[in-house]
Write a protein that binds this ligand. Structure first.
Ligand SMILES: *Cc1c(COP(=O)(O)O)cnc(C)c1O
Length: 368
């Protein structure tokens, strides 16, 4: 007799709506018969990986018959030095996404609550559901995290809080004082993940580096990634920084070889490629000005962003504009699944790519 496999899945998993990734270039070219597709949909670095990361990978190909270093010794040493922490405070992940999942798997039971903001990164509800816990979604303030309200949402059942700083897809951020005040209010039984996937892009003087507070707040886990400014999204590598005790727990639940040889080597090289990071950040700032100026000229409200993407209110259902843009060979991200149905999220690309998007959008917006 046929079995409904879904009914065998654990309850949390049964209710999950799979994460919808940005659509790949090849798929759009095939489906829409367009060439020269511009992808501004997944917050990737349009410059690609830096020269140092690219140079080191071919050197490692001959070693691929061997398992990677499961402890990531060389990369952790380099990261520890750069971040002024001990190597024992680091957890390497298959993308920082994996660290978010490890935190939920290692600490959260079905009777627990996980607190995060409305319009926050889609992975937070996913990992919460996967462990069968209850998501507590706190209404946003001006599209950003309302840390006051989030602190008030904590209770004895709360085990984990996610704070994206800056947040994806809104590009909003929390200030040093706000975050510190929040951390002081969090009881010791609650772990706080501060997700800093876009850390390197932020130039605001009042933007906090949460790693500096781990010594004071032992329940803090800070995550960062090589997927964004370092341009290595396809390799899948990110990391968590915490106390050694929290790192020990996270490392117990991760797969022994969760990060591959090429990723370890490329990440280590990328850490030393200051020129690539600087170039990427500068280009991002110029692209951000180019996009926001265009939105202003089109009369479209946008959410000011400190990251490498920006959410624009297209004043009509974003899904339809998204579709129309695909016909022009431009892939952006509809964000109705973030309760932002009139917004589109666009990643800052190369100047020409931004212009292709701006021209295609202008055409649509001016059409009756
Ligand atoms: C992109 C992103 C991540 C992580 O991506 P990885 O590729 O898994 O490192 C984490 N948090 C936010 C908010 C992101 O936008």
């Amino acid at each position: 007799m046929a079995v409904d496999v879904l009914s065998l899945a654990v309850p949390g998993v049964r209710g999950i709506k799979p994460y919808e990734p940005g659509r790949p270039i090849e798929e759009i070219e095939r489906a829409y018969g367009v060439a020269d597709v511009v992808k501004l949909a997944s917050n990737e670095n349009p410059l690609g990986p830096g020269p140092r990361a690219l140079a080191v990978m071919p050197e490692r190909l001959n070693g691929l018959a061997r398992y990677p270093d499961g402890n990531g010794f060389a990369l952790k040493s380099k990261l520890a030095e750069k971040l002024s922490v001990a190597p024992e405070q680091l957890t390497l992940g298959n993308g920082s996404n994996e660290i978010l999942e490890l935190a939920a798997r290692a600490f959260v039971l079905p009777e627990h609550e996980v607190v995060f903001s409305a319009h926050a990164f889609a992975v937070y509800p996913l990992v919460t559901q996967a462990v069968g816990a209850t998501a507590v979604v706190v209404p946003a303030h001006d599209w950003g995290h309302d840390l006051e309200a989030m602190a008030s949402a904590l209770n004895e059942r709360t085990r984990l809080v996610f704070i994206a700083n800056p947040n994806n897809p809104t590009g909003t951020w929390v200030r040093r004082g706000e975050l510190k005040t929040f951390l002081k209010r969090v009881p010791a039984h609650v772990l706080v993940v501060v997700d800093e996937a876009y850390f390197e892009y932020v130039i605001e003087p009042d933007y906090p580096n949460a790693i500096a507070w781990i010594e004071r707040f032992a329940n803090l886990i800070v995550t960062r990634t090589f997927s964004k400014v370092h341009g290595l999204a396809g390799l899948r590598i990110g990391y968590g920084v915490s106390t050694p005790e929290v790192a020990d727990v996270l490392n117990r639940v991760r797969e022994p070889f969760n990060v591959n040889t090429l990723a370890l080597a490329a990440a280590e090289a990328a850490l030393g490629d200051f020129a690539h990071v600087t170039h990427s950040v500068t280009m991002n700032q110029e692209g951000m000005r180019q996009l926001s100026k265009a939105f202003m000229e089109m009369g479209l409200p946008y959410i000011p962003s400190v990251a490498n993407f920006i959410a624009v209110d297209v004043r009509r259902p974003g899904a339809a504009v998204f579709e129309a843009l695909l016909h022009e060979g431009v892939i952006v991200r509809p964000v109705a699944n973030y309760a932002m149905s009139n917004h589109l999220r666009v990643t800052v690309g190369l100047p020409d790519e931004n212009q292709r998007f701006i021209d295609a959008l202008a055409k649509m917006i001016s059409a009756p």
